[in-house]
Ligand binder design. Sequence first.
Ligand code: ADP
Ligand code: MG
Length: 669
Amino acid sequence: MDAKKLPIYHQKNKLIQAVRENSFLIVSGETGSGKTTQLPQYLYEAGFCKDGKIGITQPRRVAAITVAQRVAQEMHCSLGLEVGYQVRFDDFTTPSTVVKYMTDGCLLREVLADPALSAYGVIILDEVHERSLNTDILLGLLKKVFSNPHTASKGRSFPLKVVVMSATMETDKLSVFLNNCPVFTIPGRVYPVTCKFGQAVGPKDLESTAYVKEVVKVALNVHTTEMAGDILVFLTGQVEIERACDLLFEKAECIDYRYDVYDRTVEGLLILPLYGSMPTDQQKQIFQPPPPGIRKCVVATNIAATSLTIDGIKYIVDSGFVKQLNHNSRVGLDVLEVVPISKSEARQRAGRAGRTSAGKCFRIYTTEFWEKCMPEYTVPEIQRSSLTAVILTLKCLGIHDVIRFPYLACPEERFILEALKQLYQFDAIDRRGKVTKLGELMVEFPLHPGLTRALLKAASLGCQDLLLPVAAMLSVENIFIRPGQPEKQKEADQKHKALVAKTGSMNDFALLLTVFQSCKSSDRPSAWCKDNWIHWRALKSAFSVETQLREILLRLQQRRDFPVETFDGNKSELFRQCLCTGYFTNVARRSVGKVFCTMDGHGSMVHIHPSSSLFEQETELNWVIFHDVMVTSRVYIRTVCPIRYDWVKDLLPKLHEVDVYELSSVARE
Ligand code: ADP
Ligand code: MG
């Protein structure tokens, strides 16, 4: 869409003026009104980058990347020059970058290195209504740090400007939180969207995956019975999306356009997936208008609900589900779960059909599902996920009172205490809640604290080459290809088994190391991947992540106080013992048959996931550690490694001995 036709365009001068006059400003406007792509350009033209960059945060990495690409195009510059982006493990900026899109996690790391954010003239926190954990923390930090006028104007000719952008109108609470700062509302047009409920998903279907088939059926029905206009399907994640796209392809092939479609101008269907870990060049296609006569059908995760706007959408197919990272207090771990969306989320999804004309939304679920299973609002991430990493960040910023930190929504105190306890278990804080030397090193790594702990242990013993590839492999998605069709699956299984044999031990972490090393040392790594049913794209990312982790580690090892230890055990056990240092909080012991019991005080009953190389070897095992869990009707542990009790014996008391009230006493001082 032409930038001059966007609702925000008519507010250009007023907006620039409002930013000039206020150090904190909230900008609210419907999704698609032009906030993310236009406001940074307006501020750039108005000279706000004279003594600092304009930094714009996004909760999602795909949004940061695609929006930066779009803005670079609109500003006629190559990406990485004036306009760039930075996401975890991928930095596309240069010293000449003045408009920088980044994930909220990246800005949080920058705050650690430079609490006054002196490289910036303007910080724009975008998509605040999404209530992502890092954005919520950044809001609190900016409020706290910049209520001190000295920090706010440090190194700048004008005090740092903070603009907070939101797509929902519920900005009153936010304004009060930010010392009653003004709210600038962009008037927008929205067209009516008629919503239809379905018959397919009711309260009893919460655990089934039949919704994938149903959205396909509904989307095809829209395609054959509705007038021209593009379709946007909301699904849960990569696997479900790819499955739905395959089904759509299959069924769309059989349509006879002479008889089967209602609108004779429609002559074909273009099916496009959209999810977070998709290659960037493929993502670009989403935004291009389809060829004449062709209807576009985008099958997306929640990313298309507010972060990205695709023009031309007239029909929505809503599955009613979303994949969400939740802290599961039953098992004491973060778990990626498929859950019903909230009603406000469902309204947001439907709204995507009414941007340029009246639209229709097809919900595959019943009104009973809406009433009984869907909560009114989505719970902010800070109130449902593990706080270990952010609490460590806050502590490293000198904020000891993590309980009375200005949270926009307070997490439950027990979640904060649990995070403190974990940090103590990893030696990142001491008994009194103060950050240790190790904690200061740990905070530098964009990894889960347990994994970082294991990596630092290995580095102190001089065997980082064993752990760096593993940490990298655990940071990328979907290494092993699982084709699904029985025959191909058999072939893939055989290849994967051969890799296990090559590893020489039953240990999923070591298997990751084998895959990494074998591929890296191959002459034709992409062919090697194809041959072994490994995702080459994932491996390529893992190589890059490993290099970056290595760089961070090298920088830290130059510090004089970097720990050095000696190992007096059996060398062949070095790898697994390093893992134990970080994973002793995820330890389980076989109780009976194939059932294991976690030893972290929760005593949950868990099973080894079928994707593990230890699956169906259970009876030969006793103690194991694991990387993560998946909860369906059972709790499954994934990426598993057998260990000996001796290796965790001295660590296990740490799981119980710690007095959380003592840890948090500093927090309350
Ligand atoms: P908001 O942030 O208010 O939701 P955006 O600035 O993201 O709005 O979007 C404004 C317009 O820019 C929309 O019409 C959208 O379609 C278009 N747009 C955004 N990103 C891209 C892209 N990568 N390619 C093409 N068009 C885009
Ligand atoms: Mg936006």
